[in-house]
Ligand binder design. Structure first.
Ligand SMILES: Nc1ncnc2c1ncn2[C@@H]1O[C@H](COP(=O)(O)OP(=O)(O)OP(=O)(O)O)[C@@H](O)[C@H]1O
Ligand SMILES: [Mg+2]
Length: 251
C-alpha cells in the first residue's frame, strides 16, 4: 500500500556535504516508524526536512521529494505554516514558551484564527488529556509552563503540537532527557496517539524502538541501510551493520 506521506529519493545537503543520501521511505497512517542509527548518520536532518524545519538552516538544501497527500511539500506555493500544522514536531529538549500552561496550548489554535474562549478552553483540555497531562495541571493552568518538571514539559510540548490537530507527529528523541517514569508515560502516549496519527520517532533506545514502533528504518552514514517491520528488523535483520547496531556493538 502506498502511503500518503513519504519521501522519494530525498537527499539533504549542508553546503556541499550530503548528510542524507537518496532516501525513499514511506510512513503509513496510524503507525509508528522509528529512525535509528549511530550519532551523525542524518536522522535529525532527515526528520527536520519532513516539515521543512531545515528551511531555518541557511546552508541546508534538498534534492528529491517529500509527498503528503499528493502534494510536494517543497513546491513554491506551499504554505509552510499550514504544513507545520499538519506535521507537528517535538524536539529532544522540552521547549515550552515562556507563557502559562494554558497559553502554550492555546497559542497555535489562536494563531490559526480561533478566538472563542470556550472553544479554546476545550482545545486546551482535550490536548492536555491526549498528552496524559490534564490531571496533573488542570488546577494550575495559569502558572508558567516552566514551573513544570522536565517530563511534564515534554508532555506539554506534545500537547502543544496536538492542539492544532496534526495528522503527523515528528519526534526527535523525545524521551532521552526524561527519567524512566516520564519515559514510559511518553511511550504509552505514543502508542495511544498512533490510533489517530502517523508518528515518526528518532530514538537511540533500542528497547524503546522495539516496544513502540511498527516499522524501523536503520540509517548509516546518511543512507537508509534497512527498513521494514520492527519485529523483523529486530529479530532477523538482513544487513550485518544493522545487526551490530541493534545488538549494541557500535554506535
Ligand atoms: N546545521 C548543520 N550544519 C552543518 N552540518 C550539519 C548541521 N546539522 C547537522 N550537520 C551534520 O550532518 C550530519 C548528520 O547530522 P544529524 O544531526 O542529522 O545526525 P543524527 O543522526 O541526528 O545524530 P545524533 O544521533 O547525534 O542526533 C552530521 O555529520 C552533522 O555534523
Ligand atoms: Mg539527532
Amino acid at each position: 500500500m502506498e502511503s500518503t506521506f513519504r519521501t522519494e529519493n530525498l537527499s539533504v545537503f549542508y553546503g556541499k556535504y550530503e548528510a542524507v543520501k537518496n532516501i525513499s521511505l514511506d510512513f503509513p497512517d496510524q503507525s509508528v516508524t522509528a529512525l535509528i542509527g549511530p550519532s551523525g548518520c542524518g536522522k535529525s536532518t532527515f526528520l527536520r526536512s519532513l516539515n521543512r524545519m531545515n528551511d531555518e538552516i541557511s546552508q541546508a538544501t534538498i534534492k528529491g521529494k517529500i509527498w503528503i497527500e499528493g502534494q510536494d511539500i517543497n513546491a513554491p506555493d506551499t504554505d509552510v505554516i499550514k504544513l507545520r500544522q499538519k506535521i507537528g514536531m517535538v524536539w529532544q529538549k522540552p521547549n515550552p514558551f515562556y507563557k502559562s500552561i494554558y497559553e502554550n496550548i492555546a497559542f497555535g489554535p489562536k494563531y490559526h484564527g480561533i478566538k472563542n474562549k470556550s472553544m479554546l478552553d476545550e482545545i486546551v483540555e482535550s490536548s492536555l488529556r491526549k498528552a496524559a497531562l490534564w490531571d496533573e495541571v488542570k488546577d494550575r493552568l495559569k502558572q508558567s509552563a516552566l514551573s513544570l518538571s522536565g517530563g511534564q514539559q515534554q508532555r506539554l510540548c506534545i500537547a502543544r503540537a496536538l492542539s492544532v490537530n496534526p495528522g503527523i507527529l515528528l519526534l526527535d528523541e523525545p524521551a532521552s532527557a526524561l527519567d524512566p517514569v516520564s519515559t514510559s508515560k511518553v511511550e504509552e502516549l505514543i502508542i495511544e496517539l498512533k490510533r489517530e496519527l502517523s508518528i515518526v520517532i528518532v530514538t537511540h533506545n533500542m528497547q524503546q524502538a522495539a516496544r513502540i514502533s511498527d516499522y524501523t528504518a536503520y540509517f548509516y552514514l546518511g543512507t537508509l541501510m534497512e527498513h521494514g517491520d520492527t519485529e523483523l528488523i529486530f529479530t532477523n535483520p538482513v544487513n550485518a551493520t544493522t545487526q551490530e547496531y541493534i545488538s549494541g556493538r557500535f554506535g
